[in-house]
Design a protein around this ligand. Sequence first.
Ligand SMILES: CC(C)(COP(=O)(O)OP(=O)(O)OC[C@H]1O[C@@H](n2cnc3c(N)ncnc32)[C@H](O)[C@@H]1OP(=O)(O)O)[C@@H](O)C(=O)NCCC(=O)NCCS
Length: 304
Amino acid sequence: MQKIRIRAAQAADRADVAAICDGVYGDGSDYIPKLWNDWLSDPGGELIVAEIEGHVVGVAKRTHLADDESWLEGLRVNPTHQGQGIASRLQAHLIDAFRRMGGGALRFATHSQNRPVHHLAARDGFRHVATYRLYEAEPARGKVAIPLRPLTNDDLDQAWELMQGSPRCSAANSLYETFWSWETLTREKLGAHLVRGSGWGIDKNDGLVAMALLCDTDKEDALDVSYVDGPGEALEVVLVGLRELAARRGCEKVRFRAVEEPELMDAVERAGYWESWDRKLRVYETVATPRLRESGAGPQPYAV
Ligand SMILES: CC(C)(COP(=O)(O)OP(=O)(O)OC[C@H]1O[C@@H](n2cnc3c(N)ncnc32)[C@H](O)[C@@H]1OP(=O)(O)O)[C@@H](O)C(=O)NCCC(=O)NCCS
């Protein structure tokens, strides 16, 4: 058995990692080469590679999202070296380092057919906590009909209230998307979105009845929706409103990774969105709390 060495990634690994990504996806579509420099210089994150006999054969990244919350991404192993325990070693290294840093919630997403990753997740104590479907919609051009308005910090109480106990929030395990990563939507983060102007809503009888958050991204081709909530028909209305907003902003489409929740699925389809991928996205989570685990007190990591 060849010796696998895990080490911090270096700038010089870029070409090897790009070759791995090409080997895995074969069409140059992988986002890792584009993000390589950002990932290397990410101060709160950890970018690692696996080496066998001096050759880089795998890569993985942990990204710091918030206090006690990190995101795993970019796990890739050269197809010629798969099935030799390399991803297992990369993942174990990142989990261990996260625990040593104080732990918290560690999450990642993968698609519904990625069986090796489901297996690795279960083996390392991750729990499947939410499922998302990928939707897209055309911008709704013409006369603006939906009175969608930007939310401000004055709307925080009502927006927060909308989420409390809602089936969407439960199905999402209180997570929301921050552009291809998911983290806990706290009242503080919701407030920050409203201050940044990325919250939108509709009113009924002078009260907020539905709200939407947009992902903070520099992508201009589409409006990327992060979270939508509100009761029944109001969901459909706000989703149509987002299509109108996309038209006003000159976007080509709306993209919404919607948590799998029956009322939301109905609303999304009634609002003219269609499913753009035949797979679903699963978000996995483990909670690592080393000090409490050692003493046997407090929350335990999920059972496998
Ligand atoms: C997923 C990936 C990283 C795994 O890398 P790897 O080095 O081959 O993984 P390992 O050898 O450490 O472990 C794979 C595990 O999955 C298991 N496995 C493989 N195929 C499986 C399947 N079809 N169903 C269930 N388990 C499977 C293996 O038995 C092994 O488990 P074990 O160690 O308990 O026997 C690699 O296949 C890859 O790069 N895939 C493409 C990119 C990707 O999907 N990345 C993950 C994004 S979330």
